[in-house]
Design a binder for this molecule. Structure first.
Ligand SMILES: O=C(O)CCC(=O)C(=O)O
Ligand SMILES: [Fe+2]
Length: 328
């Protein structure tokens, strides 16, 4: 099956935290867990996390800064060996699960994401929480959302939204016991050379629409308007596509979209995340998805935390009530 092919995770873009650095990060995250009564969703805790992010080990800050400058050919940064709690509760199984209380893991993750930009969430997605859980949910196996466990199609995060996140952070706090679940990423920088000139041209035209994903509960008010999947500099495009909810408006556009899918499948990377691994995807250059796996729903399932960041907070001000972090 071409659907689940992938190359190994790119070793050159991984930052492996030393045990000493991990203790340092855990100490700062521990202090942060006490700030603002440990309530993650609020300007007070975020302010404390932003200040604390300047105390991350210098080597990590430098790597994050470099990634922000240029996400490289794969457009994904893997940070390994971050602190996660030793004693975790059972993996949640309820839909819409989020983290409202600061832990070592949420603190460490928030600090890294705050070195990339500002953390945002979406009012209609997972109750607008800044740190969301990515867990398999009983009864949602076939859903094309992070609650599902069938193959999750490659997508730009929130492709339909005008204020898409620039970065998606996924921190593994519990390793998948089956070993089958892999985050998959594919970058337009790797895929572009595989595209025909005709596909390139068509993908750059307003011949596609994208619906809101199931995690947004469907209804979005505005009807989707036609847009180009590839935009920006012709030698180094940005990409906006969701292979589940982007629809071509004609047959030529359909062929071009299929070509793009094949190019992504050919160049995709696979990440079998283990506890303490944080993958940061540049959402402008890379799409991501997940292989299929079989959940157990017994508290031991794979568990990730997800946080979004944007580089330019100001740009989305009109969509953020009271200047907060939650986008309408
Ligand atoms: O489960 C994964 O590895 C990725 C899920 C995903 O696409 C997301 O949470 O945005
Ligand atoms: Fe996603």
């Amino acid at each position: 099956m071409t659907e689940t092919r992938y190359l190994p995770a790119p070793a050159e873009s991984a930052v492996v935290i030393t045990d000493g650095e991990r203790e340092e990060i855990a100490r700062v995250a521990g202090e942060l867990a006490l700030a603002a009564s440990g309530v993650v969703d609020g300007t007070e805790w975020l302010a404390a996390a932003r200040a604390a992010s300047a105390r991350l080990p210098h080597r990590l800050q430098a790597a994050v800064r470099e990634f922000r400058h240029d996400a490289g050919p794969d457009a994904v940064l893997l940070v390994r060996n971050l602190p996660v709690p030793d004693r975790l509760p059972a993996t949640p199984t309820l839909p819409g699960s989020v983290q409202r209380t600061a832990t070592t893991a949420t603190g460490a993750m928030a600090m890294v994401m705050l070195q990339l930009g500002e953390i945002v969430a979406y009012r209609n997605e997972k109750s607008g929480a800044l740190v969301q859980d990515v867990v398999p949910v009983p009864g949602r196996e076939r859903q094309q959302s992070n609650a599902g466990s069938v193959l999750l199609q490659m997508h730009t995060e929130n492709a339909f939204h005008r204020s898409r996140p620039d970065y998606v952070g996924l921190l593994c706090v519990r390793t998948d016991p089956t070993g089958d679940a892999r985050l998959r990423t594919a970058s337009i920088r790797r895929a572009l050379p595989l595209l025909s000139r005709e596909a390139l041209e068509v993908l750059s035209q307003e011949r596609f629409i994208t619906e809101a994903p199931p995690s947004f509960g469907g209804a979005q008010g505005l009807p989707p308007s036609p847009y180009p999947v590839l935009r920006g500099a012709s030698e180094d495009h940005d990409v906006v596509v969701d292979f589940n909810s982007t629809h071509p408006l004609d047959d030529t556009a359909r062929h071009a979209l299929e070509e793009l899918r094949t190019a992504f499948e050919t160049t995709a990377r696979g990440f079998a995340l283990t506890a303490g691994d944080l993958a940061v995807v540049d959402n402008r250059l890379a799409v991501h998805g997940r292989t299929a796996f079989t959940p157990r729903y017994d508290g031991t399932d794979r568990w990730l935390h997800r946080v979004y960041a944007v580089v330019d907070h100001r740009r989305s001000r009109a969509d953020r009530r009271d200047g907060g972090s939650v986008l309408d």
